[in-house]
Write a protein that binds this ligand. Sequence first.
Ligand SMILES: *Cc1c(COP(=O)(O)O)cnc(C)c1O
Length: 391
Amino acid sequence: MMDILAVEDRYTSGLYTKRPIAIVRGQAAHLWDSHGRMYIDCVGGQGAANIGHANPQVAQAVAEQAQRLISCPEMFYNDRRAALEERLCQVSGYPRVFLCNSGAEANEAAIKFARLTTGRSEIIAFKRAFHGRTFGALSATWEKKYRQPFEPLVPGFTHLTYNDPQALQAAVSDQTAAVLLEVVQGEGGVHPASREFLTAAQQVCRERGALLIVDEVQTGFGRTGKLFAFQHYDLQPDLVCLAKSIAGGLPMGAVLIGERVGSLPPQTHGSTFGGNPLTCAAALASLNFLLENHLPEQAAELGGWFIEALRRLDSPQIREVRGLGLMVGIELKQKVTPYLQALMNEGVLALPAGLTVMRFLPPLVIEKSDLERVVEAVALVLTQEAAEWTK
Ligand SMILES: *Cc1c(COP(=O)(O)O)cnc(C)c1O
């Protein structure tokens, strides 16, 4: 049999730090490696697997559509695209949508739409924000190690302190095209926004003619206990960026476009693969599955239980447990990497968020019994002894 790890190590770009297992199969919230070992998945495709792995409805929709039509650029109309656009607008209450292929691309589009329609250039983003790795999205991203090697970035971006409504009131001016924020910062360490901050952001944007862009790439599609996280706070962002779990794990991004956004003239933006029939069919099947099975409600209920269970853990390594729905982080007093390794040895896959936060993004179809096992595994690895083994 092919030595998967050796072959990838030989030919990979080298850009990723990888864990020494090859994942070859998945089913709902379980993954299997090439030796047949099963794991409880709390990586969830880094947020792309909300409806679970190998979802039969999505698999069938993709197989059927692949045999009918895969490519169809937006110079033509298409049945699957029409159906998805209508469905996305119906479930979100937005009048228009732009389809693309990734989270970074959704943020690029939203930033361009804001500059185009306001005629202003300044974008206000936040410390610890993550919006992607292309130049516009990267310019809105905070982390120095992602930014610095690629400077100069796009001009006109500033970063304010997150959850500080006063700083925001002071910064938004008649030069501001948009305020761009995550409702729960994901990569930055699982930091939920305060209601006060979000309300102030929307209000100040409306007062001063700026647009509010909400990046729901990670928080969208049920993750936080509502279909979209902004719905917890009665917000109406002007632009909402979507990707990750939008199409059942297939690559797709989208921007929901609100009433306050002016018209977008033909040819000012676009994408070859955007709105292709294959991912549109996957997204439709995924959205139907998510809503028919009440996965946002499930995320609210299970996530509430999970966060409480983690808060009850009595470990000297834990600084804080934070989260919303099934987007959960444990901030440790030490670096998280050895603990993630120890969790993997216990059969649980989880993610870092920054250097010290252990992050859980399980598929929303996860069984409570699996989450109970995750809590047990976390309890085990966060005891003193576990810290010793992993040194
Ligand atoms: C993952 C992520 C992105 C980038 O998405 P890609 O599809 O990797 O480009 C942007 N914003 C947020 C909040 C994310 O979590």
